[in-house]
Design a protein around this ligand. Structure first.
Ligand SMILES: [Zn+2]
Length: 197
């Protein structure tokens, strides 16, 4: 088997997402892990929510101690014999130019994920940034920090055994961001109450 030169770099394949059932249900959130070149485990959470427009894959991960969370637009073609073929739309700006290419694979180009072309260009220019254009409005970076701050400032979380409105809102936001994994045990009762409401 040919050795893939990009093995050390995190990447996301649209085909793998399809394999993992991302396009079969209205909402999928999972964490995808790999080992980097130094044997350190890294991971990324990918959420696809068909109830949101425009359709996007929401990526959240930590890179060099910083949290990133942003959307990558998805597009679909209807295949001739039924079914759909999905594409990522590269969300990067390289040296001030928005990419927007359709691609089946996203590579970690600098701190953000982008197409192969951006990934190559990222090494010749340092001016890589995420483009909010067409990528759906989503607050960038440290979003989880902001939520953590809100959470710590919130004095009343429950009222008569149910989450308060503010707390419920925050929980929903955290669930969307995939931040609940560690807290899910503690918050199970709150989530159950949320589902009832
Ligand atoms: Zn690109």
């Amino acid at each position: 088997m040919a050795k893939d030169t990009c093995e050390d770099h995190p990447r996301l394949s649209i085909f793998r997402l399809k394999e993992w059932g991302y396009f079969n249900t209205s909402y999928t959130s999972s964490r995808i892990s790999w080992e980097n070149g130094w044997g350190r485990k890294e991971s990324i959470r990918v959420i696809v929510d068909f109830n949101e427009y425009p359709l996007s894959a929401r990526l959240s991960y930590n890179s060099d101690g910083e949290d990133y969370a942003y959307n990558v637009r998805l597009e679909a073609d209807t295949c001739r014999f039924g079914g759909k073929r999905y594409w990522f739309i590269c969300p990067l700006n390289i040296a001030g130019r928005y990419c927007g290419r359709r691609c089946a694979m996203l590579y970690s180009a600098g701190r953000y994920f982008g197409c192969r072309k951006c990934y190559d260009l990222a090494y010749s220019t340092q001016q890589v940034s995420y483009s909010g254009m067409l990528a759906g409005c989503f607050e960038l970076m440290t979003l989880s920090d902001k939520i953590d701050k809100k959470l710590s400032e919130m004095r009343v979380k429950y009222w008569r055994g149910r989450p308060t409105k503010r707390y419920a809102k925050l929980l929903r936001k955290m669930a969307r961001l995939g931040m609940l994994s560690d807290q899910v045990e503690r918050e199970t009762s709150a989530l159950r109450a949320l589902r009832r409401s």
